[in-house]
Design a protein around this ligand. Structure first.
Ligand code: GTP
Ligand code: MG
Length: 141
C-alpha cells in the first residue's frame, strides 16, 4: 500500500526523540499526511491492541502505550508499509539492524520507540482510530 500509520511511542516522546525520528521518516521519503500529539486512555490502548489480547505482554503493552503522549501520523510513500517496517527495524531492538529507528532509539521490546502498521487493512483501521477526514491531507503536493 501507499500509506501507513505510525506512532512515536510514549518512551521516545518522553526522551524528546520525536524530532529526530520524524527527520529519519522524512529523509526516507515518507510524506506526513496527518499528525497529532495525543494520549490514549487504557481503554483506547486496549482497543488499539485488541489483536494481542490474551498474550503475555498485552497488559504491559496497554499500560505503557497509555502512559503518556504519543505522536500519531499517517505517512505516504510507494510501498509504505513494507518500507516503513524496514526503516524501523525488528520489534526487539536487540535484533534491529544498524541504522534503524529501533536500533537508535528503542530501549526494550516494550519501549521500542515506534509502531508501524503491518497491513493495508490495519493501516486503515489504525488511521481511522485517530484521524477524521478533516485531519488528513492526502491531496497536497
Ligand atoms: P508494532 O509496530 O508496535 O505493532 O510492533 P510489531 O508489529 O513489530 O510487533 P507486534 O505487532 O507483534 O507487537 C506489538 C507490540 O507489542 C510491539 O511493538 C512490542 O512493544 C510488544 N511486543 C510484541 N511482542 C512482544 C514480546 O514478545 N514481549 C514483549 N514484552 N512485548 C512484545
Ligand atoms: Mg504490529
Amino acid at each position: 500500500g501507499n500509506r501507513t500509520f505510525t506512532m512515536i511511542k510514549p518512551g521516545a516522546v518522553r526522551k524528546n526523540y520525536e524530532g529526530a525520528i520524524l527527520k529519519m521518516i522524512n529523509d526516507a521519503g515518507f510524506k506526513i499526511r496527518a499528525m497529532k500529539l495525543t494520549r490514549m486512555s487504557t481503554t483506547q490502548a486496549g482497543a488499539f491492541y485488541e489483536v494481542h489480547k490474551g498474550k503475555p505482554f498485552y497488559d504491559n503493552l496497554v499500560k505503557f502505550m497509555s502512559s503518556g503522549p504519543i505522536v500519531a501520523a499517517i505517512l505516504e510513500k510507494e510501498n509504505a508499509i513494507e518500507d516503513f517496517r524496514k526503516l524501523i527495524g525488528a520489534t526487539n531492538p536487540e535484533n534491529a539492524a544498524e541504522g534503524t529507528v529501533r536500533k537508535l532509539f528503542a530501549c526494550s521490546v516494550t519501549e521500542n520507540a515506534v509502531h508501524g502498521a503491518d497491513s493495508d487493512e490495519n493501516a486503515t483501521r489504525e488511521a481511522d482510530f485517530f484521524f477524521s477526514t478533516f485531519e488528513r491531507f492526502y491531496d497536497y503536493e
